[in-house]
Write a protein that binds this ligand. Structure first.
Ligand code: 13P
Ligand code: SF4
Length: 397
């Protein structure tokens, strides 16, 4: 899709606010986990920079489309395989059926801002990683349904021992979590004896269990500052690490070199060209973006921060360098606001959609509530260790 088409698409869309959705704008959370089957190419050990290029991402996307367990069929179109949930399994009014099941199960549905619009509309809480972790910590329900990626649901499970946590699609992973395997990370930590370990919440339970403190993009600066001046390992996002390092003046961070396949593909060169065509636009970027993109940003923040800034200036167009799921919330609060997705190097792709987050669909949400699965489980010993740095972060935030 060309940038021009992207821009026109934005003018055409009108958001619908949902009275059923409670927004968690205060941003505080903690997630975690590993999406084992949809790891990007080269992510078996140290993260592979090639995973952010479109060639390998497109290849990954083919693998990412898998049928929901036991409730779907394969649909072969050329070389690609797409999931096809059997329509006979589904009620005609899916939204009403989901609401009925939520009541029946006494379930709490949590959704990240990167989920598709209909899922956000049906959720009890929509938020960024920190807000969702907080919501999980204070959950009062019989079942948590986590619409996000695996590390987020894993965090909810760690904070809720004994309470089932289910997800629409167990394969929804994250390039950061998948690119930091526990074995290799343990060796990395072992190479820096005496260093404290601060881990971004986008990591598996096993990696969290090796950490002294967890952070999210909205509290990373504060968490680094809370750790004093001792040697500090920061994992697994090198871009967030570099941004935090600049904000705190800590140029001695020991960094695990992972990256997000979505944010890393935004192109600084194409962004500069887009800015020339939209000189009045405010550029909003997530700190997982590359330095060349962050250098051109007017505002750098977590998803909640980006939404708040966009809503604060409803008349000013925004170029947004994060997953385009945030547009839904912005449009609900600032109807008519002009939103322009930041461009990737390849303008023919849906670059600003996270292929992992987008594995979750309304159909799979319905099935997870109906079948009480797939359930996210964490080894109790790992969970007990991982809970300590997560709760420490929540107490400090
Ligand atoms: P937030 O913590 O800003 O919600 O970010 C989560 C994430 O996965 C970013 O890619
Ligand atoms: Fe992971 Fe990036 Fe997707 Fe966020 S957007 S869940 S960091 S792959």
């Amino acid at each position: 899709m060309s940038e021009k088409t992207n821009e026109s698409r934005i003018f055409e869309q009108t958001p619908e606010a949902s009275s059923r959705t409670v927004r968690a704008q205060d941003a505080q959370a903690r997630p975690d986990a590993t999406g084992k089957a949809c790891r990007p190419s080269g992510s078996g050990g140290q993260p592979d920079a090639r995973a952010s290029r479109w060639g390998s991402r497109n290849a990954d996307r083919t693998l990412l489309f898998r049928p929901h367990r036991a409730n779907s069929a394969w649909l072969n179109l050329g070389q690609r395989v797409f999931p096809m949930v059997l329509s006979s399994d589904l009620p005609v009014d899916l939204e009403a059926a989901i609401l009925d099941l939520k009541r029946e199960r006494n379930a709490l549905v949590l959704a990240h801002y990167y989920q598709e619009d209909p899922i956000q509309d049906l959720a009890d809480v929509v938020g960024d990683s920190l807000a969702l972790a907080r919501a999980a910590q204070t959950a009062d329900c019989d079942l948590i349904v986590f619409c996000g990626v695996h590390f987020m649901a894993e965090t909810a499970a760690i904070l809720n021992p004994g309470r089932p946590v289910v997800v629409p699609d167990l394969e929804a992973g994250c390039s950061l979590a998948d690119g930091c395997p526990a074995g290799a990370f343990g060796e990395f930590v072992g190479q820096h004896p005496g260093a404290q370990v601060l881990t971004y919440i986008n990591a598996s339970a096993e990696v969290k269990a090796m950490s002294d403190l967890i952070c999210t993009s909205s509290n990373a600066v504060k968490m680094v500052e809370s750790m004093g001046g001792a040697p500090l390992i920061f994992a697994p996002d090198r871009h967030l690490a570099r941004w935090v390092s600049k904000q705190t003046g800590r140029d001695d961070l020991i960094v695990w070199p992972g990256a997000c396949v979505v944010h890393e593909q935004f192109s600084a060169r194409e962004l500069a060209r887009l800015k020339v065509r939209n000189p009045e636009a405010d550029v909003l970027a997530h700190p997982e973006c590359d330095q060349g993109v962050l250098d051109q940003a007017d505002f750098v923040a977590s998803t909640t921060g980006i939404i708040q800034r966009a809503v604060e200036f409803p008349e000013r167009p925004s170029i947004v360098a994060t997953e385009e799921g945030v547009f839904h919330s912005i449009r609900q609060q600032a109807p008519g606001k002009v939103l322009i997705p930041a461009p990737g190097a390849d303008e023919s792709c849906s670059c600003s959609q996270c292929p992992y987050m987008r594995l979750n669909t309304l159909e799979k949400l319905y099935l997870s509530l109906r079948d009480l699965g797939p359930e996210v489980s964490v080894d109790p010993v790992i969970a007990e260790r991982a809970r300590v740095p997560i709760e420490r972060m929540l107490a400090l935030s």
